[in-house]
Design a protein. Structure first.
Length: 324
């Protein structure tokens, strides 16, 4: 048993996510530079249409059931992947689900919002683009539900708590298993970073296992300084659960693909979405993985990776957005 799995052995968790996720090489990207590029398909975690949030929810729902609770409150944007998956997990475990969704209520629900309705979640819309407003509304809803006698487990945007981040601490052990199976050593793991849980978990896993590579998050919601601060704070909270220290210098964030901000596509992102579809047969969304792929393509084309190295692109999901 490796150091990561030994630390997580005592933590309660559900096993709804389909793990481990597959890894395959992307020859069309490898040909752009003298490196090998692989893709880890966390868009294929299976449960509730899949995505990276399944890893977090396996731990979050176990924590909720241990509380115990009868009601989940989750927060996100109208097209939140996390909220869609939280609703699916709630259904599977017999919990009522309330979703606090940022943005004006649309006339016709599409994409993730349509799935939220199909899953029977109760949707509460907040006509604001400010995440702080969403969380304030979720806190008020939690209080109102408690006054009705409900026992509530509230999860913030992206499920990014220390408990949720444990899902990506474990993912680092899985990535190291992938290296052994494929006979490669990844120089960099690249992915989209936003609510900080995915990157914080990987950084803590890296510290536990002394993994030598780079954990590179392409920010899709904040500038690099803000994102680094959020990731490091959450990484510290997660590390404290496991008795390990994390080094701020391990938190690598690139905001070159941020554009005008969260959920605002850029020409580079749209080009990356087309490139992956037409040359790799892989679908990406334009909020998360599309921007991360744009960053990856830019690094490859400018020769930012040392020759002969192997790079892992972590596909965090979000494909339902293509149908919104």
């Amino acid at each position: 048993m490796n150091a990561i799995n030994a630390k997580l052995a005592g933590w309660p968790r559900e096993r709804d996510a389909v793990l481990p996720t597959p890894v395959h090489e992307l020859p069309s990207l490898s040909s752009l530079s003298n490196v090998r590029v692989f893709c880890k398909r966390d868009d294929l975690t299976g449960f509730g249409f899949g995505g990276n949030k399944a890893r977090k929810l396996d731990f979050l729902i176990a924590d909720a059931l241990r509380a115990p609770c009868d009601t989940l409150v989750a927060t996100g944007a109208n097209q939140s992947n996390f909220c869609r998956m939280a609703a699916a997990y709630g259904c599977a475990h017999g919990l009522d689900v309330h979703l606090v969704l940022g943005g004006r209520k649309p006339r016709v629900p599409t994409g993730n919002l349509r799935l939220d309705h199909l899953l029977g979640a109760r949707c509460h819309h907040v006509d604001s683009a400010d995440w702080a407003d969403w969380e304030a509304a979720a806190e008020s809803l939690e209080l109102a539900l408690k006054q009705q006698g409900r026992t509530v487990y509230r999860m913030p945007v992206g499920g990014s708590t220390a408990v949720g981040a444990l899902g990506y601490v474990e993912a680092m052990a899985e990535i190291m298993d992938d290296e052994k199976r494929l006979g490669v050593t990844f120089d960099t793991v690249a992915f989209a970073t936003s609510s900080a849980g995915t990157q914080a978990g990987l950084v803590v896993g890296q510290a536990l296992a002394n993994w030598p590579g780079r954990v590179l998050g392409f920010s899709v919601s904040k500038n690099s300084l803000q994102q680094q601060e959020d990731v490091f704070r959450l990484a510290q909270e997660t590390a404290s659960l496991l008795g390990v220290a994390v080094d701020r210098r391990r938190v690598c964030v690139d905001d070159s693909q941020l554009g005008r901000g969260y959920a605002q596509p850029t020409p580079e992102c749209e080009e990356a979405v087309r490139f992956f579809a037409r040359h790799c047969g892989v679908f990406l969304d334009s909020v998360y993985s599309g921007k991360a792929a744009a960053g990856l393509l830019d690094h490859l084309r400018r020769g930012q990776f040392a020759a002969g190295r192997s790079i892992l692109f972590l596909h965090t999901g979000g494909n339902v957005e293509l149908l919104a």
